[in-house]
Design a protein around this ligand. Structure first.
Ligand SMILES: Cc1ncc(COP(=O)(O)O)c(C=O)c1O
Length: 468
């Protein structure tokens, strides 16, 4: 124990020094070959090693090679810096080490509170037990689509869990071309078949074309297929677009389809005054996937599935063998009955700490600040003759491209820019394909990013492009 106390104090000092030093270091740099070999090639020690030695190794070989997402000039994918309060309590969650499958201990009770807080923040209806924390939005999506699948089967008079899908009309899921890959993965995993996921076209703002959705549903019905779920995006990863959620809710209601919203990244955008109107209809969804480990900055991994009818998820997953029966579980039962995980980590503590430390006003400030940065970058891009804005800004993502000369291989250039920028170490952005063109996208999640950092980003792109 004395050993743990001394090492713990050392670890706390390392954490503080690491976080304090991040803004002064390179955003990212490649792991040198020797270090890569050390990290991936080491042998299991034959005998145990002292805690102090382990910390020395972490200091020498792990902390110097971050992904970069802690840095205020990291704009890649959708990866936030860790909220310090979330970092603070991680060792305490590990020290308690509960399984939050269920039972009468702090973990499951705290989880009920933070799930309710997330529903309240996003304006999603919250019946008791209406959600659970997951590893991330990919898992939350599996939970929600499994609930949708079972509900549709039961509505048609059969049981997908009992019978499997063979011999039934194909269940069809609708997502836009901009929908996240996790929706496709979930559909495949649930046995729906990739060919039964319809790619609904998008409009010029990369939002679902609802007329096209209607036409596709009609076509599928005429062909004897079963439209069972439509998934809208509340913040796509490419451009931050929010689908017309209210119009999608109408189509879902007309056809008895489950309405799922992928708000993994963007659902908190509803808290920004300018963005809020785009989210109208979110509250009509049957389920919402959102990721506390994205915009909120809860240390990875923590996703959340919110459900209008918690019973739908329970009907899709509950399986309680005799060794898990808990007579005292109450009406809601165990959290493990609502998803595929049995042993469940104490994700609620870091989420509770992050939300408590920010408070509602802190979350709103973070969302306003980062959406403001995305708009500011868009304005700079529009003013610059050598950049082009590719999508309207709704949340905290700016999609654009570098156009130093209107002719030439702009796709090739913009495809090469992200790595060239990353390798310089001063800032970090990633690319994508948008509207058939290679694009750059910058995602803002860091509370300490400034407008000066945006100017630096554009300059870095110019310099990196010249070197290509
Ligand atoms: C819009 C969107 N949906 C879903 C996901 C999947 O979430 P996770 O990586 O937490 O599983 C992501 C991840 O980046 C995302 O940006």
């Amino acid at each position: 124990m004395t050993d743990l106390r001394a090492a713990g104090e050392r670890a706390a000092a390392l954490v503080a020094a690491h976080l304090a030093g991040v803004p002064d270091g390179p955003v990212w740099q490649p792991v040198p070959d020797g270090e890569r070999a050390w990290l991936s090639g080491q042998e299991l020690p034959a005998d145990g090693r002292p805690l102090a030695d382990l910390l020395a190794d972490v200091r020498a070989h792990v902390l110097p090679h971050p992904m970069g997402n802690g840095h205020p000039r990291f704009f890649g994918w959708v990866n936030s810096p860790p909220n310090p309060a979330g970092v603070l309590v991680e060792p305490l969650a590990a020290a308690l080490n509960p399984s939050c499958a269920g039972g009468d201990h702090a973990g499951p009770h705290l989880e009920r509170a933070v799930v309710r807080w997330l529903a309240e923040l996003t304006g999603f209806p919250h019946p008791p037990g209406g959600g659970l924390l997951t590893s991330g939005a990919s898992m939350a999506t599996i939970v929600c689509l499994a609930a949708a699948r079972q509900r549709a089967a039961r509505a048609d008079g059969w049981d997908a869990r009992e019978e499997g899908l063979a011999g039934r009309p194909p269940f069809v899921l609708y997502v836009t071309e901009e929908g996240h890959s996790c929706l496709h993965k979930a559909a495949q995993l649930l046995g729906l078949g990739a060919r039964n996921v319809r790619a609904v076209p998008v409009d010029a703002a990369y939002r679902m074309d609802v007329a096209a959705l209607r036409a596709m549903v009609a076509e599928d019905l005429a062909a004897g297929r079963r439209p069972f779920c439509v998934a809208g995006s509340a913040g796509t990863v490419n451009s931050g677009a929010v689908d017309p959620l209210g119009a999608i809710a109408d189509v879902a209601a007309e056809h008895g389809m489950w309405f799922h919203v992928d708000g993994a990244y963007g659902a908190l955008g509803v808290l920004a005054e300018d963005a809020a109107p785009h989210f109208a209809g979110l509250e009509r969804a049957d389920s919402l996937a959102l990721d506390p480990h994205k915009w909120l900055g809860v240390p990875v991994g923590c996703g959340c599935a919110l459900l209008r009818d918690p019973g739908a998820a329970r009907a899709a997953f509950s399986l309680v063998p005799s060794y898990l029966v808990d007579e005292n579980a109450g009406d809601l039962g165990w959290l493990a009955e609502y998803g595929p995980e049995q042993t469940r980590p104490f994700r609620a503590l870091k989420t509770w700490a992050t939300l408590s430390s920010l408070g509602r006003s802190g979350v709103v400030r973070l969302v306003e600040h980062t959406t403001g940065l995305a708009r500011a970058l868009a304005a700079m891009v529009e003013r610059a003759p050598d950049f082009e804005l590719l999508a309207p800004v709704v949340t905290s993502i700016t999609a654009f491209r570098h156009t130093p000369a209107r002719n030439g291989d702009l796709d090739g250039l913009n495809r090469a820019i992200p790595f060239a920028v990353q390798a310089r170490g001063n800032t970090f952005l990633t690319g994508t394909r948008l509207g058939g063109r290679d694009a750059l996208r910058a995602c803002f999640l860091h509370p300490d990013t400034t407008e000066r950092d945006l100017e630096l980003l554009l300059d870095e792109i110019r310099v990196a492009a010249k070197g290509l």
